[in-house]
Structure formats: C-alpha cells, structure tokens
Design a protein around this ligand. Structure first.
Ligand code: SF4
Length: 307
C-alpha cells in the first residue's frame, strides 16, 4: 500500500521518520504519548517495506523515533535493513536510557547506526529526572553519551524548551558540550496532544524565551556547537542568531506513524502554522512556520516588533 502512496513524494523527501511504536520507558510531563493508551507498533516486515519503498522515491536518511525506539524489538534489524538499502544517514532519536548498556549500542552501531539525537530535559539530574519522572534517567543519559563518543557516533542534543528549562538553557548548552555533542537543536514545547488547559503553564513567556535563547545561542557558538532553533521563529531570536532558525520543511521529512496516515513534518501542528497580524509584513514570512496555536495566543506576543 505504501508503495503507491509514496509515489506522490518522489524526489520530494530526503528523510523518512519511522515512528516505531508509542511505548516509552519515561513518562515525561509534557509528552502526549506518555498519556496515550496506544499499543500500535510497526512489525519488522512493515518497517522493512517502508524503508525499501521510501528509498525508491529518493529517501537517503531514516530517522527512528517513537515513543522510545530502543524498546522496539525490531530496531537493530531495521537499522541493518536501512544500511543494506543504502541509506546514508541512519538516525536514532532517543532518551538514551538503553544506550547506557554498551553491548546494546554496539549492536546498533554494527548494524549501521551513524547518528543519535539525545533528549536533554534539564541541566542536571534533579531537573532532568523531574521532567522524565524516572529517577536515574540523567545518569543513564550521560553514560549513553560516553558510549556514543567511544563508538564515534555523532550526537545531537535535542533540548526541550519549557517554562521549567528556559532559565537553564545556558547550563544545558554547557552540559551538551561536556557530553561532546556535535550540535544542539532547541525544541519549543508543544501542547499538541496535551488537551488539558492546565498544561499551558509549560509554555515559556515570550520575553523570557527570547532573552534566554539569545544567551544560550551565544554560549553554544562560543563553545563551537552548531545550534538550531525549531519552533522558535526568527522574530524571537536576536538578529545575529536568526540564521539559526530552521524551517522543518527543509528536512524533506515524511513522518510515518504506525496507526495514522503519514504526513510531511512541516504540516504538523507541533511545527507551527499560526501567524500574527504583523507577520503579513515580515521579511522572514516566506521561510517561517510561525507559531503553534497555543503559543500564538500568548498575550505578550502581540508586542513583538515587525522585522
Ligand atoms: S513571519 Fe511572523 S512569526 Fe515568523 S518571524 Fe515574522 S513576525 Fe515572527
């Protein structure tokens, strides 16, 4: 079925994200999948089929996500299949817990894994474990980073920006540098899939966000770390950092969940899609995905200046 479906994406996708399943060994406070009772998962054959058909229409990178992909029993096989099919970039997006076990990482590495995005939720064990609700998760994550360095697999740190982490972004960048990550992606928390109004307190206030992201970007650059902002539009970045904004459409990423239709990353409500009145005259408009719907309603956003 996916073969015909993928025909329309010929030449348009570089990455395919396989959302292996939705189970996780953390229960992060801002994660919608942690609240879902959805047991859907790809079988090993289904993953192989998507990988083969996506390659035929030009995909060169595969991104294994979830849930927590390292809990999927077919992950090592799927990585090996991707390698055999000629995928150039084979990326795992993970909380890192299972990569603390070096024999498991070695199996993934031998199968062909060549990039890892580790999810940082705090600058230290107290704040990280508070968000994951798993005592010891920070310690395992730092162990995972050491193992990845030993395996010579480049690490990207996905830093989740919330009202809880925003004041600690600089320290999180310093931590990423200590863990020898090659790059950092700032990801603004999304309320997509979190239906309760009381969750909205996790959204950082715009002024505070701007201020701390500026300091974090300065720190990253001074430490030689490449830094990218997803979901935080150029108007909230200092002028000198605006080139670090990344429109999710530039990935050429088709996201394939096990229980829903596949979609291009930039069409997800998580990536934005909501604009303010002043966006109409903004010079960045063409390359900007705007705000998530909840963030677009933040009252202080009305005060941001038009570029
Ligand atoms: S288009 Fe709107 S959201 Fe994007 S940078 Fe401009 S003012 Fe900000």
């Amino acid at each position: 079925m996916e073969e015909n479906f993928l025909d329309s994406f010929k030449g348009k996708i570089y990455w395919i994200e396989l959302v292996t399943h939705l189970q996780c060994n953390c229960s992060c406070r801002v994660c919608p999948t942690a609240r879902m009772l959805d047991n859907s998962a790809f079988s090993t054959d289904e993953m192989a089929s998507w990988l083969a058909n996506a390659r035929k229409v030009g995909a060169r990178g595969v991104w294994f996500g979830g849930g927590e992909p390292t809990l999927h029993h077919g992950l090592v096989n799927a990585v090996k299949t991707a390698k055999d099919l000629g995928y150039r970039n084979i990326l795992l997006q993970t909380n890192g817990l299972r990569l603390a076990y070096d024999h498991y990482l070695e199996r993934l590495s031998n199968a062909g894994l060549n990039m890892v995005s580790l999810s940082l939720k705090g600058a230290d064990s107290q704040s990280h474990d508070y968000m994951t609700r798993v005592p010891g998760s920070f310690e395992l994550l730092t162990e995972a980073a050491k193992n990845l360095v030993d395996e010579k697999i480049p690490i990207n740190a996905d830093i989740l920006v919330t009202s809880h982490s925003v004041r600690h972004l600089r320290s999180m960048i310093e931590l990423a540098a200590d863990l020898e990550t090659a790059s950092v992606t700032l990801m603004l928390v999304s309320m997509h899939g979190l239906d309760r109004k009381e969750d909205h307190h996790w959204l950082p206030e715009p002024q505070l966000l701007s201020e701390h992201v500026e300091a974090a970007m300065d720190t990253a650059l001074s430490l030689g770390l490449k830094i990218t902002s997803l979901h935080i539009p150029p108007c909230l970045l200092a002028k000198r950092h605006r080139e670090n904004y990344f429109h999710a459409g530039r990935y050429g990423l088709l996201v394939v969940p096990p229980s829903q239709e596949a979609f291009m990353a930039e069409t997800s409500p998580t990536e934005g899609g909501n604009y303010l009145e002043q966006c109409q005259s903004c010079s960045e408009r063409q390359d900007c995905l705007g705000f998530s719907s909840e963030y677009a309603q933040m009252k202080n956003l009305k005060n941001i200046s038009v570029l």
